[in-house]
Design a binder for this molecule. Structure first.
Ligand SMILES: [Zn+2]
Length: 276
């Protein structure tokens, strides 16, 4: 079933017309990327590199002026899979698939920071391997950083050991680079985690899976105006919006999105702040 927001009066079937997360057409976070390798076969060993407290290998010592990374938290009374925050406060979370050209990512972060917005970045582990400096860049801007699996494969469809490794390997990268496994886990290539993946994420240290309730569909490259429209037609108090690094249209859309949020009195905060 495809739900189209009633506020979209421009034609319900237009591509990207305010589709709400969870619809069959909203192929969530299915950005193509280098992670096109087939899933590891059953029997593939799990992570050989779990996060070890105090493991110095590759550690980047936090500088004095770097905010301490936050650890995942449990939010009692909130569902295991969070699709949104409180509806009674004028705050929203813009959450990003963390992969792609780092220059685009930096441009987007800088634009957000200029306007006082804070984002949530769910980083793909392989991307952090290629661009380890981005972990610090994100945290130094006051943004949330989380785990979006190691290779961005269809994690819900993987055998247990392989899915566990996808989560653990990205957690290990985050821990090595920042001292924390990151505040959130979001499954790759699906808006929601399967019960198995949610259980594996919990076991890896993430009490909640971060889903979302608004899909910008920016990964379909519909143009900046459509990205802006998709977000603004569906966003409301407490919304968690799915967006992606790596797309010029997303960078181009951000100023208009943030201007309109400002006009509506909606503050773009980290997911941690949204839930606090
Ligand atoms: Zn993704």
């Amino acid at each position: 079933m495809v739900r189209v927001t009633t506020t979209d009066r421009r034609g319900a079937l237009r591509t990207g017309a305010g589709l709400v997360a969870g619809s069959a057409l909203a192929a969530a976070c299915s950005a193509p990327g280098p992670a096109a390798a087939p899933a590891a076969p059953p029997g593939t060993p799990g992570s050989t590199d779990p996060p070890q407290p105090g493991d110095p290998s590759g550690s980047t010592a936090p500088s004095a002026d770097t905010p301490a990374p936050l650890a995942p938290r449990a939010y009692p009374g909130r569902p295991a899979q969070l699709t949104h925050g409180p509806r009674d406060r004028p705050r929203v979370a813009l959450t990003f698939h963390g992969q792609g050209d780092p220059a685009l990512a930096r441009a987007l972060l800088t634009e957000a920071e200029k306007r006082g917005a804070r984002l949530t970045v769910l980083a793909v582990g392989g991307w952090l391997d290629q661009h380890p400096e981005m972990a610090r860049r994100i945290l130094d801007g006051g943004h949330d950083l989380g785990n979006h699996t190691q290779r961005h494969l269809a994690v819900n469809a993987m055998p247990e050991a392989a899915a566990r490794a996808e989560i653990a390997d990205c957690a290990a990268r985050l821990h090595r680079l920042t001292g924390s496994i990151g505040t959130w886990f979001r499954p790759s290539r699906a808006p929601r985690a399967s019960p198995l993946v949610a259980r594996l994420a919990r076991a890896a240290g993430y009490p909640h899976v971060l889903s979302y309730d608004v899909d910008s569909l920016d990964f379909t490259s519909p143009g900046a105006a459509a990205v802006t429209r998709n977000v603004l037609s569906a966003i409301r108090n407490g919304s968690v919006v799915s967006m992606h690094f790596g797309y010029p249209g997303t960078v181009a859309a951000l100023p208009a999105v943030l201007d309109e949020l400002d006009r509506r009195g909606l503050r773009a905060v980290t997911t941690t702040e949204l839930l606090s």
